[in-house]
Every structure is written in C-alpha cells, then in structure tokens.
Design a protein around this ligand. Structure first.
Ligand code: NAP
Length: 261
C-alpha cells in the first residue's frame, strides 16, 4: 500500500507489540506509513530487545515499559505522553492473555484464577487505560480514536477459545459502554474483530492450525487474512474518515463471521 497521509499530524500510542508478527506491529506500520507519530509500550524486559529493534523502523522515540494490569504503570505511561505531546489523537489496545491450560478442552473447567486473569488482562485493561488517557484524548483537536482488537470467539462459541471468548465478549461490551461515555468529548471507541493470524498469542490456542484451515475453506474470500489488512483497517478507524463511527465492531476476517455453515 502506498501512503494516503491519512494520519498526518496525529500522535498515538500502541500497546501490545511483542514482535514483528504482532497485530499491534501491523497497526504501527500502517499508522507510520500514513504519517502518524507513534509511542510504543512493551510488557517487560523480555520484550525489550524486540522493541528496540522494531521502534526505529517507525521512528518511535517514546518506548515505555507497561504492565497493563498495573494502574501505576498506566499512569506513568500517560504522564510521559503528556510531557512529550500534551495530547493524544489515538490509542490502540492490542493485548490479551489467558493461561495455556484454559485454552483447550471444556470451558467448564475454567478456574476462578484463570477466569479473572483473562478478564483482567484482556478486557478490563481497555477501560483502565482509556480512563487514565481520557484528559489527553479529550485534547485532540479533531477528536480522538481508541481501537481495541477482538475476536469472533466473543460472539459465538469457538472450540478451545474458552475464557478468552468470555473476556472478548466483555471487551466488546466495554467498547460500546466506553463509546457512550466518551462520545460527548468526541472520543470514539471501536474494535476490530480480526480473523485468525499466526501470532505468538494465537499459537497458545489449542487447534489453532485447524481454525486457520477451516476459515480459509469457509470464508467468502476463501482465504485467511493478513496482519497488514488489520493494520489498514485500523488506520481507517484511527483517521478522520471514521469520524462518524463509534461503538462499532469491524470484522476484518475475509467475511467469515457472516457464514452459518
Ligand atoms: P501477540 O503478538 O502475542 O500480542 C499480544 C500482546 O499482549 C503481547 O505484546 C503481550 O505481551 C501483550 N500482553 C499480554 N499480557 C499483557 C499485560 N499484562 N500487560 C501488557 N501487555 C500484555 O498476539 P496478537 O495476536 O497480535 O494479539 C493482539 C490482540 O489481537 C489480542 O487482543 C488478541 O486477542 C487479538 N486478536 C488476535 C487474533 C489472532 O488470530 N492473532 C485474532 C483476533 C484478535 P507478552 O508477549 O509479553 O505477553
């Protein structure tokens, strides 16, 4: 794709780049191509080497550690953004986690710990970070945009997705409630429901390769999606072209969600 300068002059933060396969990285690349200035966060020192390699590719100067379940980390991140930019045009939430043993077999065996962990990391963090970022998002001249990443397993049962499906359902409803809370300040909140893409997080789901093949066979476009397609859809939602869109779940899944057989 060549640039259309869709995000020229915009400044945004992206949570969830683990490596070059991450959907967050595809979004970062698309946003950079479209002219945005980008800040990145990484969960812990383990990912620092990856991030230090990737950040220069998109000219990201603000690269901050952030355990998203720690309120003090979120506060520190947005204080740094405030010092550097004084406003925020967009925020991307691309993080999720569930214990491996929760992502296979029956949902019924979910433990209280596993349930709470998946819910906290994968759903609640969107609300926490949006709340803390709100004053910065409200300062964006032409309104601002929050985008989260979700999956069809939060709408319909997907074998093995289990607690993560329940967490994604909570994330989807959080998107709608947040959109309602923040619309008056011209802060839009949407999600992209991506089709399966082979990333670090996806490999933790039992039967993921079968899922990829099934979607390839059944989806209207008769193929799987590429991470870049999620990046391009995100660039639209982050841009002024989507100024009338909020509380929406946009499926970027080769049409798979429309199929009932
Ligand atoms: P990924 O590259 O593994 O990204 C997941 C990210 O979440 C990683 O950077 C991970 O860091 C981070 N994370 C997990 N727990 C965290 C915490 N407590 N604090 C801060 N960061 C944390 O996988 P991905 O597939 O791109 O996932 C991105 C998003 O897309 C997720 O919400 C996922 O559910 C969603 N999604 C993925 C697919 C797919 O098929 N790949 C489809 C639909 C939706 P660590 O590596 O350090 O844990």
């Amino acid at each position: 794709m060549s640039t259309s300068g869709l995000l020229k002059g915009k400044r945004g933060i992206i949570f969830g780049v683990a490596n070059k396969r991450s959907l967050a990285w595809a979004i970062a690349q698309a946003a950079h191509r479209e002219g945005a200035e980008i800040a990145l966060t990484y969960q812990n020192e383990r990912l620092l080497e990856n991030i230090n390699e990737l950040a220069p590719e998109i000219g990201a100067k603000l690269v901050l550690p952030c355990e998203a379940t720690e309120e003090k980390d979120l506060i520190r991140v947005f204080e740094a953004v405030d010092r550097e930019w004084g406003r925020l045009d967009f925020l991307v939430h691309a993080i999720a986690f569930a214990k491996k043993e929760e992502l296979e077999g029956e949902y019924l065996k979910a433990t209280a710990d596993g349930f709470q962990l998946a819910m906290n990391v994968s759903a609640y963090t969107l609300t926490a970070m949006t709340r803390i970022a709100r004053p910065l998002l409200a300062k964006a001249e032409k309104g601002s945009s929050v985008v989260a990443l979700t999956y069809l397993g939060g709408e319909k049962v997907m074998p093995g997705y289990n607690v993560m499906g329940v967490a994604k359902a909570a994330l989807d409803m959080s998107v709608r409630y947040l959109a309602n809370d923040l619309g008056a300040q011209n802060i839009r909140v949407n999600a992209i429901s991506a089709g399966p893409v082979n990333t670090l997080a996806a490999r933790g789901i039992h039967g993921f390769s079968e899922m990829l093949k099934h979607v390839r066979d059944k989806a209207p476009l008769k193929r799987n999606i590429e991470a870049q397609e999620v990046g391009d859809a995100a660039a639209f939602l982050l841009s002024d072209y989507a100024r009338g869109v909020t509380g929406e779940i946009l499926h970027v899944d080769a049409g798979y969600n429309t199929i009932a057989w």
